[in-house]
Design a protein around this ligand. Structure first.
Ligand SMILES: Nc1ncnc2c1ncn2[C@@H]1O[C@H](COP(=O)(O)OP(=O)(O)O[C@H]2O[C@H](CO)[C@@H](O)[C@H](O)[C@H]2O)[C@@H](O)[C@H]1O
Length: 634
């Protein structure tokens, strides 16, 4: 095969040197590792002239093989002429703000045009997250990181997901197909050098990369065990962030590294150190100047705060303390001498990320208010011009009543009879009276203050006066778990509290119930209401965040009496409002069968795919790439 000689001077490319590697950054193509740069030769597709290191030619890195195409070359030449972006991306302007008011939100990423067509500009995308379904999942974060990357890969992007390789003896087999890349790196933090390894599995078009270290091998979930959160979580996730930053530079996945021109999609506090490391440890040395970071906030309530004295462990230059600095208000301090000084990685991520995304538009606005900002609202307001809300999609293959293998009888919007079967099967499975006529209400979720389980607890005695059945599936707060067991004893014929985490049971509850209750205090997006609607289960939710955005309140008189809406949302968050709305729902279920079926069908017919959200993310990526890095200290 003849390799074309491309007359591009090295000025269009950039050299990067580490003690062991020499690499070349080729604009528009990425970062190429050169195995042995000593003489003119072909190395990983690159031709270098040994004497003056002139770049003589290269192959396309976008596929696993092939030579540079005309389009790629055009990009290089454009950049050489000082034009950073192709004409396509020049047409796109960043939004002013989409978080201030409902009218401002209209300016938000629409993604409408991009849904059906594939993107014209593809990126190297690196997801960094603490969980990804099916490898590790404790909640909605795992669902999102398990499905969005696959959709982005299908749309033509090169996508890597980096998560820790948790070995807890129970879920180890899900990592069975991930092979040891044999690549080891040393991370300097917490007063020593720590060796981490990388495992890799290529599945559904995505490079799943697992960071291996003994601190991820222990019983429990990714964050803790029966005794609470692990005491060394700061260490575990610091190490993880360092490893995630190295992965695109060192891992030759499918033969090629991802390189320096990539977009890091960092999720929640566990990954928030990544944008800080890019700014503090890489860019000053000329690395990752072309990378951008997008911080995705799934839950602002968890920020990874630790005492200020731990800052030295993070391995960051001292001048970066300010980026993570966090001072608790006086009322939150423990004693008179407590100065409330702490380090807050999520805050650091907000300060340094190029763009910020939340998982619904409603939540994007809420986090900029004193009520929803959990102390970070002022900072978030200062960055509102780069905040976007993008409502999550769902994995429509895993959550599909037509093919769901966890439920006893499959059904669809055309034939709903299977749903009635699922209800009877669920009542039977849980030992409730098998009654098709009684409204069956469900709750699924982490037993946490966020989810409003305390409101259910305080309302249960009153709710149990009605002719309803109620099933709760959840784990978390041991106090609430115990209460669920007690409530089951008190109301044996009407209430079931399934304590634990079980994906098959969650599918059966979603399919078998008539109503799904979600009295969340706040909800960045919420996935269970989306799953419920797809299964013809009517959501009754507190009107907050993503719940308010996704559940349309039922109006029986709209559309010339045909009705409109997919559920009910109540406000304020009070026992009276919740019980009142639940009673309207159960009454509609009993007395207005046609209306009920209309609500079910409208919910089932909605588009829940990730395509629209993926197109919106692509727009955010383009905006991120157009601007210079937000934090550039060089
Ligand atoms: N006991 C149990 N057994 C089986 N499955 C269980 C379970 N408890 C919870 N789940 C599952 O975990 C997921 C929970 O997703 P959510 O979006 O409701 O919440 P979470 O608060 O974890 O996520 C955060 O991130 C997501 C994703 O962005 C946001 O939607 C959300 O608002 C934000 O709080 C669902 O798939 C649910 O079925």
């Amino acid at each position: 095969m003849e390799i074309p000689q491309v007359p591009v001077a090295l000025s269009a490319a950039r050299l990067w040197r580490s003690p062991t590697n020499l690499a070349v950054l080729i604009p528009n193509l990425g970062f190429v590792k050169v195995v042995s740069p000593n003489k003119f030769q072909r190395c990983n597709g690159v031709f270098l002239n040994g004497s003056d290191r002139r770049l003589m030619g290269f192959c396309s890195l976008k596929g696993n093989s092939g030579f540079v195409g005309e389009r790629d070359l055009e990009g290089v030449l454009l950049e050489r002429n000082g034009l950073e972006h192709s004409s396509e991306s020049d047409k796109l302007g960043p939004d002013d703000s989409n978080v201030d008011s409902s009218s401002d939100r209209k300016q938000s990423v629409s993604g409408e045009e991009g849904v059906k067509t594939k993107p014209k500009i593809t990126q190297n995308i690196v997801f960094v997250a603490s969980e990804a379904n099916p490898y590790a999942k404790t909640g909605g974060l795992g669902d999102v990181v398990g499905s969005l990357p696959v959709v982005l890969a299908r749309r033509g992007h090169r996508v890597m997901v980096v998560i820790p390789r948790y070995m807890n003896g129970i879920t180890d087999k899900v990592y069975g197909n991930a092979l040891d890349t044999k690549l080891r790196i040393k991370v300097s933090c917490f007063g020593g050098d720590h060796e981490v390894a990388f495992f890799h599995e290529y599945k559904e078009g995505v490079d799943w990369v697992f960071v291996n270290h003994p601190s991820y091998h222990r019983p429990g979930n990714p964050y803790g065990d029966n005794f609470g959160a692990f005491g060394d979580n700061q260490f575990r996730f610091t190490l993880f962030c360092y490893a995630a930053c190295e992965a695109p530079l060192v891992l030759p996945l499918g033969g090629y590294i991802y390189g320096e021109r990539c977009i890091f999609l960092v999720n929640d506090w566990h990954a928030s150190l990544v944008p800080i490391l890019l700014a503090a440890k890489y860019r000053p040395y000329g690395v990752y100047k072309h990378a951008r970071s997008v911080l995705v906030i799934h839950n602002l309530a968890h920020q990874g705060v630790e005492p200020a004295t731990t800052f030295g462990n993070l391995g960051l230059p001292p001048e970066w303390y300010g980026a993570l600095e966090w001072v608790f208000p006086t009322w939150a301090r423990k004693h008179a001498l407590d100065r409330g000084e702490a380090v807050n990685p999520l805050k650091g991520g907000i300060v340094t990320a190029d763009r910020i995304v939340t998982v619904s538009q409603g939540y994007a606005w809420e986090i900029t208010t004193a009520e929803g900002g959990t102390g970070l609202d002022e900072l978030l307001r200062s960055r509102k011009s780069v905040i976007n809300g993008i409502t999550n999609g769902i994995d429509i293959d895993e959550w599909n009543p037509v093919s769901d293998r966890h439920i006893s009888c499959q059904y669809s919007v055309i034939d709903l009879s299977g749903k009635a079967e699922c209800k009877l099967a669920l009542q039977k499975e849980l030992g409730l009276a098998v009654r098709p006529d009684v409204p069956l209400v469900g709750f699924i979720g982490r037993l946490d203050y966020q989810k409003g389980v305390d409101l259910i607890r305080s309302s249960l005695d009153e709710l149990m006066q009605d002719d309803v059945q109620f099933i709760m599936l959840g784990s978390g707060d041991p106090d609430i778990e115990q209460w669920m067991r007690t409530a089951e004893c008190n109301y044996r014929d009407k209430f079931r509290g399934w304590v634990g985490f079980s994906v098959p049971v969650s599918h059966r509850v979603t399919a078998g119930c008539d109503i799904l209750l979600m009295p969340s205090r706040f909800e960045p997006c919420g996935l269970n209401q989306l799953y419920a609607m797809r299964y013809g289960t009517v959501p009754v939710v507190h009107g907050t965040g993503g719940l308010k955005d996704t559940v349309e309140n039922f109006d029986p008189f709209a559309n010339g009496g045909e009705g409109r809406g997919t559920g009910w949302s109540f406000s304020p968050l009070s026992k009276e409002a919740m019980l009142g709305t639940l009673r309207i729902a159960t009454q509609t279920y009993r007395e207005y069968k046609n209306s009920w079926e209309g609500i079910m069908r409208r919910g089932m017919e909605r588009d829940y795919t990730w395509e629209k959200a993926a197109a919106q993310y692509e727009q955010v990526f383009q905006w991120a790439m157009m601007d210079p890095p937000y934090c550039n200290m060089t």
